[in-house]
Ligand binder design. Structure first.
Ligand SMILES: Cc1cc2nc3c(=O)[nH]c(=O)nc-3n(C[C@H](O)[C@H](O)[C@H](O)COP(=O)(O)O)c2cc1C
Length: 403
């Protein structure tokens, strides 16, 4: 779904390029000075990546629900649209709603992925609450029957109640929250071992998902080539690729002032190459963004990265209803934290799981390959490996999400 492009049409001549490059060094120091007006950390404020410290520096220390929610909003979520809204009921309780203005109607027509993102947030809230000495009680769909097509943004997905509990032990995954992020660069190192998949299973303690591991090189490459076909289908279909263009952010200022969406940096492009692309080549102009020649160049690079996957994990649920989506989201967020704890990196691939017409045939091929079909559903696919890219996609401030 996250069809991030790392290119656009070539529009400058050599003299102009050299002129601008020469300015690069001075521009960098100037940018350093300018950036003081906004932070390039994951969360606004100047307390680094620790979401609880960040919450304290924002003055939330006396409201444990806001402390825990501030950790929650660092969760993985589709296209980083951050489709979360909160109604605070007391210093220890709140309702979670989908922010219906931040959904992905084209690539996620059922809002299944948006609801998985709700579950991701709830898992981090539970973990942060345990760190604060609270046991989080999560009641799903407290308003009764919940139908996304009718209730999105109007009826709550969950009621979160924090109960002080001196017997609660801090969840060991808390330590990974400030380091967890999705890494979409090329992976390295050996294949993921059976013992590592076992450790992951133990740390995740899945609530609903069956975890299917894809481990052998043959299996991995068979799956990767189908995932690549799904990705190409999405990127080369104008209306689905358009959804990525809308959420694409270019350059430090836009990325860290809008503080949502997707960017080039998420793809592990860094330093001078990233500056070059962002300054001279990347454009959100539809024709430039969807330029075919450059899209094919981008796909070539994307395939090269994808083929470095060292293992794959499927999150399979017995049903395919909103409660399955939210609960699977909790398992997926715990997975990424567990992977971080084990020194592994990961990225999801959602294209083959998506429910729009243009993907139907490939989605069926994936069901045949995995042997998983209705009512069961592969809700998430995660590629695993080793390697690191020091970039944390930003988040808006919690205050902007409070009703
Ligand atoms: C339900 C769901 C589906 C996602 N699908 C994809 C995907 O297909 N490709 C991808 O690169 N990232 C995918 N992501 C990862 C998000 O883009 C990522 O979590 C978000 O941009 C925030 O970045 P972070 O995880 O590094 O904090 C997905 C995340 C969720 C929760």
């Amino acid at each position: 779904m996250d069809t991030r492009k790392t290119h656009a049409s070539h529009s400058i001549n050599r003299a102009e390029f050299l002129g601008r490059s020469a300015a690069f060094l001075t521009a960098a120091s100037l940018a350093q000075h300018c950036r003081s007006s906004y932070t390039t950390a994951r969360q606004p404020g100047f307390a680094g990546n620790d979401p609880l410290e960040n919450a304290r520096s924002a003055g939330f220390g006396d409201r444990p629900i806001l402390m825990a929610l501030n950790a929650g909003i660092t969760a993985p979520n589709p296209h980083n649209t951050q489709a979360w809204k909160f109604r605070v009921l007391s210093p220890g309780a709140a309702l979670l709603f989908v922010d219906e203005t931040r959904i992905l109607p084209v690539t996620d027509p059922t809002t299944r992925q948006i609801h998985i993102g709700q579950g991701c947030l709830l898992a981090l809230v539970e973990i942060a609450a345990s760190r604060l000495g609270y046991r989080a009680r999560i009641d799903l769909f407290p308003g009764g029957t919940y139908r996304p097509e009718r209730d999105l943004g109007r009826r709550p997905v969950a009621r979160i109640t924090l109960n002080p509990d001196s017997t609660v032990s801090p969840d060991p995954l808390f330590g990974s929250i400030s380091r967890r992020h999705t890494v979409r660069a090329s992976y390295s190192g050996p294949l993921i071992m059976a013992s590592e998949f076992l450790q992951l299973q133990r740390l995740i303690r899945p609530e609903i998902s069956r975890l299917d591991a894809i481990r052998t090189p043959d299996e991995i490459s068979r799956h990767i080539s189908l995932h690549m076909a799904g990705f190409e289908r999405e990127v080369l279909t104008r209306r689905t690729a358009e959804e990525s263009r809308i959420w694409f952010r270019i350059g430090t200022q836009e990325i860290f002032t809008r503080r949502d969406g997707i960017s080039l940096r998420d793809n592990g492009v860094q330093g001078f190459e990233r500056w070059m692309l962002e300054s001279f080549f990347l454009s959100k102009e539809p024709e430039a963004f969807h330029d075919r020649e450059n899209t094919l160049r981008f796909l070539k690079r994307y395939r090269a990265d994808l083929e470095t996957a060292r293992g794959i994990l499927h999150f399979v649920t017995p049903g395919n209803q909103p409660a399955d989506w939210v609960r699977c989201g909790k398992d997926y967020a715990r997975f990424q934290l567990a992977a971080t704890q084990l020194g592994l990196v990961s990225r999801p691939m959602s294209q083959l799981l998506q429910e729009y017409e243009e993907m139907r045939d490939l989605a069926q091929d994936f069901e045949s390959l995995t042997g998983v079909s209705a009512p069961a559903k592969v809700q998430m696919v995660a590629l695993l490996g080793r390697g690191e890219v020091e970039h944390y996609s930003p988040r808006r401030s919690l205050e902007t999400m409070l009703e």
